[in-house]
Design a protein. Structure first.
Length: 146
């Protein structure tokens, strides 16, 4: 995999994309994962607004972190990633087709390991059902593309 370029991250030259460039430009997946380990709530916002090509690359780092032992108790990564996936599906679903199978697998992981993220329903609502819906959608996308 080639590292995303500045243009991959900053497509429209928005303030949010420039911030994502400051944090992620030139970072490998391993280096990006360290950012999520340090402060997932802070860095996840960059995933929302970076260009879709860069998103498809750097979401891998967030997924690696989420599946690691270090993410136990991190309700922010679980809640925020669901919101990011919902947003991206709404605005650029076609662009997610190449990684739909991986995203379906990730959503399944959150469903199966839900308790480890300490998502209190009175604060976050029913995040598990959101991941179940996302998983179904990504599976349908993958089947339609494969």
């Amino acid at each position: 995999m080639t590292l995303p370029s500045r243009q991959d991250i900053n497509v429209y030259d928005s303030l949010d994309e420039r911030s994502a460039c400051e944090h992620f430009l030139g970072k490998t997946l391993e280096q990006a994962e360290v950012l999520f380990r340090e402060n997932s709530l802070y860095y996840q916002e960059d995933l929302m607004f970076m260009g879709v090509g860069a998103f498809r690359f750097y979401v891998q780092a967030a997924i690696r972190y989420a599946k690691s032992d270090a993410a136990s108790g991190d309700s922010a990564i679980a809640d925020c990633l669901a919101g990011i996936l919902e947003f991206r599906l709404e605005h650029e679903a076609e662009e997610l087709v190449p990684i739909a199978d991986q995203l379906a697998d990730t959503c399944g992981y959150f469903v199966e390991h839900y308790e480890r993220f300490d998502l209190e329903p009175e604060i976050f609502g029913d995040v598990r059902s959101r991941y179940q819906k996302l998983q179904r959608t990504f599976l349908e996308m993958h089947r339609g593309w494969a």
